[in-house]
Design a protein around this ligand. Structure first.
Ligand SMILES: Cc1ncc(COP(=O)(O)O)c(C=O)c1O
Length: 400
C-alpha cells in the first residue's frame, strides 16, 4: 500500500544496518529510544546500561565514551555530564546532606568551592578548607563525608600529598573525590597510585580539556570502581535529568586517539617554557610541579610518570609590577589568547590576584600578581618568543 508523502518523509525506506565496521563508532542521537516490544519495555532495569530506554539514561554513543574514559583513568564505571563543573556538582549533590562536613583544598577549582559555599548557606553543609601543601591540616570530624582532592591544584599548581590525604580519609571512612582534569588519567593512575597502591573512590574529569582537545566542547565525567557508588551517582544523574549531546560525545570520542600525543607534547612544551621562565628576572616565582622549587614537587615525582605534567605553568610577577603592567603584558601577547580553560590547540593566558582567591595563609607563595599560561600545540620556541616580546612591550609602556 502506498503511503502518503508526509508519512514517507518520516519513515525512510532504507533501514540503517545493524552492524558495519567503521573507524569511529556509529553516532546515536536520542531522546526517544524505540522498544522492540512490550517485554523490553516492562523488563528493563535502570542499572543495566544495555537496557536503553531514554536519552537521559544514555545511548551506545555516551556509554562508549564513558567506558573509554573509565579505562584511561583506571576505573570501571563512568557517567558523563554536560561540563566538568556539572560533573563536580553531581558528586556534591549525590553524597552531601544536611549536617555533613566536606573538605576542600585551598587551591581547589574555584567554582567547586563556590558551589559548596552555596550548599553551605542553603543546606547546612559545612565546608572546611585544608592546605594543599600540608596534609596535617585535614582534620576531619565524625561528620566528615567527603574530601575533594586536586593534583596539581588550580592556578598555583601545588601537588598535594595524595598518599597521606587518602590514607587519612580511608581511616575515617570519608569518600575521596579527585578532580583528575590535570592528570587526565595519563600522568598517574588515581585508582592505583604510589608505593601502597592506593585508590580514590571517584574521579571527576573536565573532558572539556585534554579529551576534547579542541577548545570547543564542554563535557565532564565521574568515574568509579565501586558499583554501589556508581549506582548512587547513576540514580542522581537520572533524577537531575543530566544529559549530553550525542554529537558532542562523538566529537570527544574522535579526539581520544590523539589525546596522549597532545598531552605529552604540551607537557614537553611546558617544561621548555619552565626552563626559560625560571631565568627571567621579571618573575619571583615560577609554579609548576616539575619545578624543584614548587610546593609538592616531591609528591609529583613520587606519583607521576616522568615528564607528564600537563601544559600549565604559572608565574608570579615581581610585586613592583602593577595590575596595569600585567594587563599590558597580557594584551601584548599575540599567540597566547586571553581566555579561560586549557588543553586546546591554542595557548591561553589568564591573570589572577591571589589575594582574592585563597582562604588560608599561603606563605609558600611570593607576593605579586599571577599569570597562568596554558600551553597549546604551537611550537614552544614561538611561545617563548611571544612572552619575551610581550615583556619588552610592557616595559616600553612603563616608560611612556
Ligand atoms: C581543574 C578543573 N576542574 C574542572 C573544571 C570545569 O570544567 P568545565 O569547564 O568543563 O566546566 C575546570 C575548568 O577550567 C578545571 O580547571
Amino acid at each position: 500500500m502506498k503511503r502518503n508523502t508526509q508519512t514517507q518523509l518520516i519513515h525512510a525506506p532504507r533501514k540503517a544496518p545493524q552492524y558495519i565496521e567503521t573507524v569511529q563508532p556509529p553516532l546515536f542521537r536520542a531522546s526517544t529510544i524505540i522498544f522492540k516490544h512490550t517485554d523490553a519495555l516492562f523488563n528493563r532495569h535502570w542499572t543495566d546500561e544495555y537496557d536503553y530506554s531514554y536519552g537521559t539514561h544514555g545511548t551506545p554513543t555516551t556509554f562508549t565514551l564513558g567506558d573509554s574514559i573509565a579505562q584511561i583513568e583506571g576505573g570501571q564505571y563512568a557517567l558523563l555530564a554536560p561540563s566538568g563543573l556539572s560533573a563536580i556538582n553531581l558528586v556534591n549533590s549525590c553524597f552531601l546532606s544536611h549536617g555533613d562536613e566536606v573538605w576542600v583544598a585551598d587551591n581547589i577549582y574555584g567554582p567547586n568551592m563556590e558551589h559548596l559555599r552555596n550548599l553551605e548557606t542553603r543546606y547546612g553543609i559545612q565546608v572546611k578548607v585544608y592546605s594543599p601543601i600540608d596534609a596535617a591540616t585535614f582534620i576531619p570530624s565524625e561528620k566528615a563525608k567527603l574530601i575533594w582532592l586536586e593534583a596539581a591544584g588550580s592556578v598555583t599548581l601545588e601537588f598535594p600529598d595524595l598518599t597521606a590525604l587518602v590514607k587519612k580519609a580511608q581511616a575515617h571512612n570519608i569518600l575521596t573525590a579527585l578532580d583528575n582534569t590535570w592528570g587526565a588519567g595519563l600522568a598517574f593512575n588515581a585508582f592505583d597510585f604510589g608505593a601502597e597502591h592506593l585508590s580514590v573512590d571517584m574521579t571527576v574529569h573536565a573532558l572539556t580539556k585534554y579529551p576534547s582537545g579542541g577548545g570547543d566542547i564542554l563535557m565532564g565525567s565521574v568515574v568509579t570502581r565501586d558499583q554501589k557508588l556508581h549506582h548512587q551517582l547513576f540514580r542522581m544523574h537520572a533524577i537531575q535529568g543530566i544529559s549530553i549531546s550525542g554529537d558532542d560525545t562523538a566529537q570527544i570520542q574522535r579526539s581520544l586517539p590523539s589525546m596522549q600525543l597532545r598531552y605529552e607534547h604540551q607537557s614537553k612544551s611546558a617544561l621548555q617554557l619552565l626552563d626559560w621562565l625560571k631565568l627571567q628576572p621579571d618573575f619571583v616565582q615560577v609554579l609548576h610541579p616539575a619545578n624543584a622549587d614548587s610546593a609538592g614537587h616531591r609528591y609529583w615525582k613520587e606519583i607521576c610518570t616522568e615528564g607528564h605534567s600537563a601544559g600549565l605553568v604559572s608565574v608570579i610577577f615581581k610585586p613592583e609590577y602593577t595590575l596595569q603592567d600585567i594587563r599590558n603584558f597580557c594584551d601584548a601577547l599575540t599567540l597566547f589568547k586571553l581566555g579561560f580553560s586549557w588543553g586546546g590547540p591554542v595557548s591561553l593566558v589568564m591573570l589572577y590576584n591571589l589575594k582574592d582567591m585563597r582562604v588560608l595563609e599561603h606563605t609558600h607563595l611570593q607576593q605579586g600578581l599571577l599569570v597562568r599560561f596554558c600551553i597549546g600545540l604551537e611550537h614552544a620556541q614561538d611561545l617563548i618568543q611571544d612572552i619575551e616580546n610581550a615583556l619588552q612591550q610592557m616595559k616600553k609602556q612603563q616608560l611612556e
